[in-house]
Design a binder for this molecule. Sequence first.
Ligand SMILES: [Cu+2]
Length: 629
Amino acid sequence: MPLLFFSGPQLSMQLTHSDAFSSPLARCFCAFIATTTMAKYLLLFFLALPVYSAVLRKYVLNLTSTYQAPNGFYREMFLINNQHPGPLIEADEGDTISATVFNNLQVPIAIHFHGIRQHGTPWMDGTPGVSQRPIFPGESFTYNFTTEGQYGSYWYHAQMRSYYQDGIKGPVYIRPAPDTLRPYDEVTQANTTATGILRAQEINPTPLYIMDWTKLPTDAIYQKTINYGIDPACILGYLINGKGRVTCPSNETITAAGAGRLASFRATTGVQSKFDSLGCLDISALYGNPGIDHAALEAPGYSAPCQATNTDREIFYVNRSDWIMFNVINMGGQFGTHLSIDGHDIWVLQVDGTFIRPLKVKQMYAGLGSRYIIAVPTQKNSGVFAIRFAGSAQAQVTEQIAWLSYNMPTTAQPEDYPVTNDVYQDIGGNLLNAQMPAFIEAAAAPYDERVKPPQGPAQRTIHFTLNRTGMVDFSVMDNGTLMLPDMELMTPSLWAQDVNRTNIVQAGIKIGDVVDLIIDNRYIMSHPMHLHGHTFWVISESNTSFGYPSVEAAIAGGSSTLNLANPPYRDTYTAPSRGHVVFRYVANNAGAWMFHCNVNVHRMAGMGAVILEDREKIIPRIPESVIDF
Ligand SMILES: [Cu+2]
């Protein structure tokens, strides 16, 4: 009878020999060996019940290079199993994932599973120079990790240079365990049918993957960035699920939508600027860099006037009186995104793998690297409705559209911009009516009230100061130290002897410590900051600096920005322009963890650090196969 427990799909030998498996299933296997009597069989049966479905999910990711034109312009790009984005990796909470990566590219690579905590397996974090050596061309590497204690939406992507922007990325979805508290009844007002629809869609929510796309491969852009001393901060538009087209709004439309950000750019920098035909703000005059050769830089709109294309956009087919649940992932590397759906409400249900108290909005913000499960009530009789994606408060006014269709033939593409009175945002992501409810990240309180930060003072406080320290240098450290450009090729910090590298933070963090990261952003850009190995609470945020040396001092001083009661629980969160955020987490995961900005050029130009966490505890457990790789 107990053999039934092991008859799930895809179980393999690995369960018996890998030290990565302290899972209940592995423990049951050991118990099975030791068991001889029927009573023990019965005991084992009941112990094994909750893990009946905990299986090993095996995936193969085959990376190749090709020439394609997703939005009408051919360029070299990368595919995973001939797809862009790559295949969905899915699991039930508690399953183990095994993903073997075959690198058939001409460049080294590693794959990071964004938001997956890698609890007990820091060497599977896919960060070259931190948790492993890169997978060089022709090599393969297998990632093994558990999903125990995590549910919801995540993603995987290359964590080597900027190669994820060339196509090495895909979704990870973990279905919540049965006993997870879900907020659906609050959305449907306990309508059994509607809640049932949401429960059914939760098994496989509809993909809505946002990515920004460039005319040139990212290595070429980065080389030009260094050569010309300026980050173009300019894309060829968004892709939605790998699809989209380039549109060329009139100069009047761009200028109207970008008026606010242009005024603030001028006021902050004293630099006059203007938008080009792709909506890109000309920031070249910053840093004493006038007269830069834009044609040579080849930022898309600078080198040639905008050229419209008519490639396919994504279409979603829906029925009246139904719901559609989307898995929104911002897989981009450049811009946070405002999104709205003409004529439709959006319920935000889950953020970064945690259900929240549901929020009903007309517009939401999707930060770089973050994931949002949303539900949209579909109650129209007919028609097609634009889902609008706009770069928000950034250096470019750019919009992409996908369609929500009630009755359109499956082969048709709707004409651009249907006339409707139910548009909520312009092409700059500005709300057309400021009274409309918009999703505010700081308001996303976890639905399960037990997901709450430790109160009181922290054992460790680390100060970070985000800054732009040169034309293309971005730092995260108090003293302006940059992450080393060649870090990705160095001996991984997880087991390196030379931990006195300037970008390695040795704060003496021990398992059990409460850790506060106080992050002051000195620069006009906002920075979506991502911490590996942990989910953190965002216990303070404002548009000014924190102003205290510690959270303890802030509590004593009566800080008005602190929220220790029901703060957002995130793995990626944006530090606002010239403002601050404070992240609090419990050190429960010995290792070496990257902390960095998710804007690719910023990370590559230095905005990152490695935080050591009781590293000595984990070093003896690192498999030799990883160290010798
Ligand atoms: Cu940044």
